[in-house]
Design a protein around this ligand. Structure first.
Ligand SMILES: O=C(O)CC1=CCC(=O)O1
Length: 100
């Protein structure tokens, strides 16, 4: 069964990182992220305003699958992550039946 997770990723690159290496890393990160977005596993990615961070929503089959996707991020060694498993909310009108 598909499980949803909110993942906040805070990025901290070394300030003295070589610009070419930085550019290559970010290009690989973008390609990797967009591949998972196209597959439907990475449902949303939003910039956290004013921060080098994003809030993303993943749809995966297991903790292990999410771990594998996150572990593969080229930026993974430079990120701190906060992961929140999501459950349906009883007040969500999208989950209620007609007339509810
Ligand atoms: O810029 C970020 O928030 C880090 C990141 C994760 C996936 C991506 O393309 O960039």
């Amino acid at each position: 069964m598909t499980q949803l997770y909110a993942v906040r990723m805070d990025v901290a690159l070394p300030p003295d990182m070589d610009p070419a290496a930085r550019g290559d890393l970010l290009a690989r990160e973008k390609a990797y992220s967009q591949e998972w977005q196209r597959s439907g596993h990475w449902r949303h990615i939003w910039r956290c305003v004013g921060e080098y961070a994003n809030l993303s929503v993943f749809a995966v089959e297991s903790n292990e699958e999410l771990h594998s996707i996150l572990w593969g991020l080229p930026l993974f060694p430079h990120m701190t992550m906060t992961i929140t498993p999501l459950a349906g909310h009883p007040s969500d009108i999208a989950l209620a039946g007609p007339g509810a």
